[in-house]
Design a protein around this ligand. Sequence first.
Ligand SMILES: Cc1ncc(COP(=O)(O)O)c(C=O)c1O
Length: 371
Amino acid sequence: MIQLVDLKKQYKTIKKDVDAAIRGVVNNTDFIMGEDLRQFEKEFAQFCTSKFAVGVDSGTGALELALHALGIKQGDEVIVPCFTFYATASAVASVGAKPVFVDVDDETGNMDPEGLEKAVTPKTKAIIPVHLFGQPVDMSKIVSFAKRHNLYLIEDTAQSHGAKYKMENVGWKTAGSVGIMGCFSFYPGKNLGAYGDGGAIITNSEEIADKLKLLRDYGRTAKYEHSILGFNRRLDTIQAAILRVKLKKLAKWNAARRKNADLYDKLLSQIGVRTIKISPFTEPVRHVYAIRVPNRDALAEHLKKNGVATGVHYPIPLHLQKSFADLGYKKGDFPVAEKMAEEILSLPMYPELKESEIKKIAGHIKQFYKK
Ligand SMILES: Cc1ncc(COP(=O)(O)O)c(C=O)c1O
C-alpha cells in the first residue's frame, strides 16, 4: 500500500539521530522546559526569520494562546476561512469569541480576500488566514485589509513550515513572520512533525513572546507564584529534541515535496485532472497534495483497491459543522467551500514518495476516468 503519509520511511533515514536525541533527554531527565526546548526555539525562530519562537503543546494550543495573548474574549469577533481544519475556528470559540467565516478561492482553497469586507463588524478584532495545504494566502491583500480595519493578523501556519510569499513592495517573507504571530502545529504528519503533539508560536515582539511564555506555563513567574491566569500548554523537551533533528532536514524535505507535487501536476494535467493552482507570489511547501474530481468517493475506492491510500481535507466546511450550529450559518452560505468539500481528494504526499509511485498513482487515476 502506498500510504497517504509514511512516517516509518522517514524515521528510517534519521533513526540514529532521533534515538540519540531521545536518549539524551532521558539521561538528563530534563523533561519539562529543558535545554533542547530553549535551543529548538532559537533554531526554529531563525528558520522562520522571526525574532522569537515559543514552543507549545500543539497547533491548537498555539492558536488559543495567541488569542489569549491579544486579550481576545467574549463579545469579540475573529474572521477565519470556513475551509480549514476545525482548530482554526474552535480556538476562537474556546476563548469565548465568535468565529466569522469567509469563503475560499476556487483555484487554491485559500481564504478569498474578496469576501473579507462584508465579514467586518465593529466587534471584529482579528483575522486568522490559513496557509492551506502548504501554500501561503494572498498576504499583500490580507495585510492591507487588516491595516485598514485595525485588526490583529494571526497566521495559521500549521500546514506551511518554511513556505514563502512575495509581498508587494516588501519582497519574499517566510510564512508566519508577517502577522503579529504565526501559529505552527508539529502534529506527526506535518512537514515538521514531532513524535506526538507539539506546536509553536513565532513573533517579532519580545513583549508578546514573554506573555506567551507565561501563558503556556500557568502564568508562573517563580515557583508557586502566578502573575496572570495561565495554562499548561508546554512543549515537552523530548519533542523539542526530536524536532531539532528534523528541523535540519526540513528545507531538503520541503524541496522533495515540491518536486513530487510538480510531477503530479505534470502527469495529472495531461489527463485533465484539476489540481490546486499555485500562485506565482508563493513558494509552497506542499503539505497536502489535493485534486478536485467528479465522483470523488468512487475514485478513492478505486485507488484503495489498487493499493493507494487517499484522504479528504476536508469533507465538511466549518460553517456546516454541528458544533458551530449556534452561529446560524446554513448550506449555500459559502458555495466555493461547499463544492470543494464534495470534490477534493488528497493523494499520497511525503518527501520519500518515489517518482515511480507517483507515476503509478497517476496511471490508476487515468484508468478510472477512461472507464
Ligand atoms: C490549519 C490547521 N490549524 C490548526 C491545526 C491544529 O494543530 P494540532 O493538531 O497540532 O493541534 C491543524 C492541524 O491539524 C491545521 O491543519
